[in-house]
Design a protein around this ligand. Structure first.
Ligand code: ARG
Ligand code: ZN
Length: 397
């Protein structure tokens, strides 16, 4: 059992000394940063969620006490929480309300793409580092002329399981509500939606088979024994200038060069090739309940900041209307932390005018271990936000 007795703490640094202390702690012992994703991103007055191995618990308690740092325990026993995430026995079949393994998602992709309704097709945009095919599903009524499009990806980070679950849900909903729901019908008549259900397939597979808490890709390079790059630090947007690490062992390693990750290169090539038709880019992560837009590599405001904000606020309001779930929206750098090399900033600077990063549920009660019972409500409410953005884009073509 991998995570027995490990705990997830939420620390609340309110003094510079607290921030220094957290960074020192990260140097001395192996702490897994859940939010923010690395010690470099820790600042005063933000909540810091960290996973602490059992052998360091006494030490961490002592340090927190001695330094008067406010903290709460979010998850008391991580192994129990990992086991509790899946409710009921592992199903044999694919399910929209379960966290499906890559094998199940792969066969789901094949079968849904062959559902012969004239609304869906698939194309392989390249292979992952370990050789798995990256398949983009194209949704939209077939047309002789090229249609404007939206590109959406899920699963950039391996452990954020709710994200691929949302992409699968989106595809199902699009197909089943076409012809019923006037907004979806009009969207798929006028535009195409490209969906990449799992971006970081190797990492996702690894979280199912070996280490539930893996974040990065699985690429190796001689010179370091550490594995993987953070794909959301590997895009060519202020690459590795802020909020990223040049240490291959870090969870926010930016890679050896922009697009050094084959998965990043495949997606960037696809978007570049379809640059003239792609009007919006949506990328889905978890957790924190945020709707972010450029920029994250700089505090400067995007040229179209006020429009990006207006659409984000409309989308958040639509999302909240269903179950009351509150989202915060704003530019990445100012809303959470500066972090360069992200796909949203890269797509925006390429010319994709509407570029958004979702951080889905929750705000830390379960974090990456969001129970399967929350897949349905999370996907339902997120549909409203994505449809809001899509409708706005469609109206403003
Ligand atoms: N939690 C995400 C990450 O750190 C946020 C991404 C926001 N966008 C960005 N370009 N940093 O990867
Ligand atoms: Zn993420």
């Amino acid at each position: 059992l991998f995570f027995t007795s490990e705990k997830v703490f939420r620390l609340k640094p309110v003094l510079d000394e607290h921030v220094t202390l957290i960074k020192e702690l990260a140097k001395d012992i192996e702490v897994d940063f859940w939010r923010p994703e690395s010690p470099e991103l820790v600042t005063i007055d933000i909540d810091v969620d960290i996973r602490v191995p059992a052998m360091y618990l006494d030490m961490v308690y002592t340090i927190l006490q001695q330094n008067d740092m406010e903290h709460v325990i979010l998850i008391d026993d991580l192994q129990t929480a990992v086991e509790a995430q899946a409710q009921g026995p592992t199903p044999r079949a694919h399910s929209y309300t379960k966290y499906n393994s890559w094998d199940k998602i792969q066969s789901w992709i094949s079968s849904i793409a062959s559902s012969n309704n004239g609304l869906i097709s698939k194309q392989v945009i390249g292979n992952t580092y370990e050789g798995r095919p990256m398949t983009v599903l194209k949704l939209g009524r077939r047309s002789s002329s090229t249609k404007p499009a939206i590109f959406m990806d899920c699963g950039i980070h391996a452990r954020e399981w709710i994200s691929p679950a949302f992409c699968q849900w989106f595809v199902k909903e699009a197909l089943s509500t076409y012809g019923q729901d006037s907004q979806m019908t009009s969207l798929l008549n006028e535009m195409d939606v490209f969906v990449l259900p799992v971006f970081n397939i190797d990492g996702y597979d690894y979280t199912h088979k070996s280490n539930r808490m893996w974040r990065k890709t699985r690429s190796r390079k001689s010179g370091s024994s550490c594995i993987g790059t953070d794909p959301n630090r590997n895009f060519n947007a202020g690459w590795c200038t802020t909020g990223a690490s040049s240490n291959p062992c870090s969870d926010t390693f930016c890679g050896y060069s922009p697009e050094s990750e084959i998965e990043v290169k495949n997606v960037a090539n696809f978007i570049r090739r379809n640059k003239s038709i792609i009007k919006a880019y949506i990328t889905v992560h978890s957790y924190s309940q945020l709707l972010l837009f450029p920029y994250s590599y700089t505090f400067e405001l995007a040229a179209t900041h006020s429009e990006l904000l207006k659409v984000a606020e409309g989308a958040s309001a639509a999302l909240r209307s269903l179950y009351g779930t509150r989202y915060t929206s704003g530019p990445g750098a100012a809303t959470i932390y500066p972090a360069a090399g992200g796909s949203d900033d890269w797509a925006y600077d390429l010319g994709v005018k509407y570029s958004y990063t979702f951080e889905l549920r929750d705000t830390g009660r379960y974090g990456f271990l969001l129970p399967e019972s929350q897949i349905k409500p999370t996907c339902e409410e997120t549909m409203l936000a994505v449809k809001y953005i899509a409708a706005y884009v469609q109206k403003n073509l």
